[in-house]
Unconditional design. Structure first.
Length: 167
């Protein structure tokens, strides 16, 4: 009946249906399951999500660093850059102005500390001559960035910081 067809059409567009069949085929009718389209969409979305490969949590931190190494053309360089985020075992840098090769070693200087990293990936930013670089630490040095970046307890606020709002 026309009313039944209209109800099925309306129900399919709403992703739930009290109607009896999803569609007919030469073999026979395919029974309609409630929320079938939503179930299929959810299933497809869950399969396309990549699992988190990172072992440590990232901490968003923009810190000035000096980077020294050899670029993709074999030329030695030293330049200023900054971190974008950190883990206890790696970092993501921004403002790298030259292409780097995967698995090359870089020295990263932060304050008076020198840390060795391996280049894991590089990404040229659109419309710029700037790269982001993913690095993996060659040694696990907790004191590398700052001890309080990866501690689970918040650092107490000093009175001088609280008075001037420099938290």
């Amino acid at each position: 009946s026309p009313e039944f067809a209209e109800q099925c059409y309306y129900s399919l567009n709403r992703l739930s249906a009290p109607c009896g069949y999803l569609r007919a085929s030469l073999v026979g009718a395919i029974p309609h399951q409630k929320n079938l389209l939503q179930t299929i969409a959810t299933s497809m979305q869950s399969k396309s999500v990549k699992p988190e490969r990172r072992l440590q949590n990232r901490k968003q931190a923009v810190l000035p660093v000096r980077v020294r190494g050899v670029d993709a053309s074999g030329a030695s360089f030293e330049e200023l850059a900054h971190t974008l985020d950190l883990t206890s075992g790696g970092a993501r840098l921004g403002s790298i102005r030259r292409p780097l090769k995967q698995f090359d070693t870089l020295a990263v200087f932060y304050r008076q500390r020198r840390m060795e990293f391996k280049v894991i990936w590089t990404k040229l930013l659109d419309g710029r001559s700037e790269y982001q670089v993913g690095l993996q630490a060659l040694t696990q040095a907790k004191e590398g960035w700052a001890a309080n970046l990866f501690s689970s307890t918040p650092e107490p606020v000093k009175q001088s910081q609280a008075a001037f709002g420099a938290i």
